[in-house]
Design a protein around this ligand. Structure first.
Ligand SMILES: NCc1[nH]cc(CCC(=O)O)c1CC(=O)O
Length: 314
């Protein structure tokens, strides 16, 4: 009987996602033994400096990739939105699981929605994408940094440090915090991070055995949507240091893609949307990126892309 070892981060959300993948793999392949290899990553350990300062989003992946290279794990489970647009050479994503809720959540103990917040209310989020959309809607809000895992962030809200915070619905739902979602912030007005809500499995690109086992969990419509969203982000030069949001949906055989680029500092937003046959998602992503650049997205990206501008996670 063969065993598949999954490298995972140790945060409660990462462990939930890895257990979810392990259960799905066991169900797809009766007799397959699946174990977790929990690991600490630099992105989890260094909480006092911005992620940009310590090396960026890829930090959460690197340690898991090294474990695969050392032969200590066969695959790794990630939130696809945290996976860089260009994978490290030698790695592949054999499965993207069916997407959960893609939307963001407005969470507050006192207010029902962004519009219900009083003048000058303090809102916590470390994501430039969320900050830009908040700023565009409510220039009066005071936006404060908020890092740490989902449980930590809720704890800081409850301690009174913020009037409200914005998180991903998927993370809250997975950890059993659905009841804390006061409003879903959703398309067409509010857009999520590219691939938000989707879980991906990564393995070495020469490991055909692991890839074949994982491929049983791949969800083609989710892959189509997320690849278009990621193609848009990649065409905007792939950086996660800028407030970029994208949302694709399938309608029959058509793929509809909306994208936006904003400024967390002054609330300017540019938006674009278009549709194409589902098979042309990459080209559609590039087309939306081009339309955003024509409206001045380049200047917004440059504005936010100062060295060490602080946190940028979404
Ligand atoms: N940035 C961290 C992160 N990465 C993935 C999720 C949520 C789960 C998902 O998008 O699949 C979260 C938490 C959040 O943004 O609130």
């Amino acid at each position: 009987m063969s065993t598949l070892r999954i490298a995972t981060r140790k945060s409660p959300l990462a462990l939930w996602q890895s257990e979810h993948v392990a259960a799905a793999l066991r169900a797809a392949h009766p007799g397959l033994e699946v174990t977790l290899v929990p690991m600490s990553t630099r992105g989890d350990e260094v909480l006092d400096r911005s992620l940009a300062a310590i090396g960026g989003k890829g930090l959460f992946l690197k340690e898991l990739e090294l474990a695969m290279q050392r032969g200590e794990a066969d695959c790794a489970v990630h939130s696809l939105k945290d996976v860089p647009m260009e994978l490290d050479p030698g790695f592949a994503l054999p499965a993207i699981l069916e997407r959960a809720d893609h939307a963001d959540a407005f969470v507050s103990n006192r207010f029902d929605s962004i519009d219900a917040l009083p003048q000058g209310a303090v809102v916590g989020t470390a994501s430039l994408r969320r900050q830009a959309q908040l700023r565009a809607r409510r220039p009066d809000l005071v936006l404060r940094d908020l890092r740490g895992n989902v449980n930590t962030r809720l704890g800081k809200l409850d301690a009174g440090e913020y009037d409200a915070i914005v998180l991903a619905c998927a993370g809250l739902q997975r950890l059993g915090f659905d009841a804390r979602i006061r409003t879903r912030l959703d398309a067409p007005d509010w857009l999520p991070a590219p691939a938000q809500g989707a879980i991906a499995i990564e393995c070495k690109d020469d490991d055909a055995h692991t890839a074949a086992l994982c491929a049983a969990l791949d969800h083609a419509p989710t892959r189509t949507r997320c690849e278009a969203e990621r193609a848009m982000n990649r065409a905007l030069h792939g950086s996660c240091h800028v407030p970029v949001a994208a949302y694709a949906r399938l309608d029959g055989g058509r793929l509809h893609l909306q994208g936006l680029v904003g400024s967390a500092s002054d609330g300017r937003l540019v938006r674009a949307e278009a549709q194409a046959p589902a098979a042309d998602g990459e080209a559609l992503g590039a087309e939306i990126a081009h339309a955003l650049l024509e409206q001045g997205a380049g200047a917004l990206i440059a504005l936010e892309a100062e060295p060490d501008t602080g946190p940028f996670r979404s």
